[in-house]
Ligand binder design. Sequence first.
Ligand code: IPE
Ligand code: IPE
Ligand code: MG
Length: 249
Amino acid sequence: MYFQRKEYKILEKGAIPRHIAIIMDGNGRWSELRGISRSEGHKRGAENVREIVKAALEIRLEILSLYAFSIENWMRPEDEISIIMDILESSLTEEFPNFMKEGIRFKVIGDRQRLHRSIRVLIEDIEEATANNNNLILQCALSYGGRDEIIRTVKKVLNLNLSTEDIDEKGISELLDTKGIPDPDLIIRTSGEQRVSNFLLWQSAYSEFYFTDTLWPDFTKEELIEAIYQYQLRNRRFGRVELGTIKCI
Ligand code: IPE
Ligand code: IPE
Ligand code: MG
């Protein structure tokens, strides 16, 4: 890949991941450090999404997945949930024309039945309008839990009355919320926590992980480039041994 802008030159020698997924964590701690309300952190977090999506377009990434609200996040205080949902609704409304302009296909994974009707309708409208855009797939995990997704998939399998021999990895992948989307090559988590918190459990089987102490509102395009650079240094073996390694016996 040839990049014109100098900040991307470092990435030119290695493969660019097709799919990057980000666990955008640390909005609360970002606010706490500044002695301001958590809602300010969520607002800054949403603003930062815009910056990172812009960078993803510049890098010509195929898929960017963002963990925006987990199914466990419904257990947070009601006022925080309502602020997050308001920010989500206004950001999506604002960004909709931009998705069209930039050729971004937007889609949501997760249990959308739990979302407020107005947000559900907005999401459906954006998904429909952007369905044929092909510069970047922006996959947003909302009211999402990996286990919940697997349970909903098992129910679909049972409803299809499939015989046991017909159940395989490919078939299961086709029934998950992420149907048609390749697994993430690289998963980034901000804020210093080193856990998956129920994100893409099935799909992350062979993902590479990049953990950083940076809090999500402070995560920059430069650090995204650093994460990709680190990814390029990894050796993905998928359980195999490398060609040219010494013989076993
Ligand atoms: C991530 O930031 C945003 C959501 C989970 C919705 P947090 O709100 O989890 O921030 P911390 O972890 O409390 O700092
Ligand atoms: C994970 O962050 C979910 C999102 C970033 C949306 P949390 O803050 O909810 O995760 P835990 O509670 O620290 O595991
Ligand atoms: Mg958190």
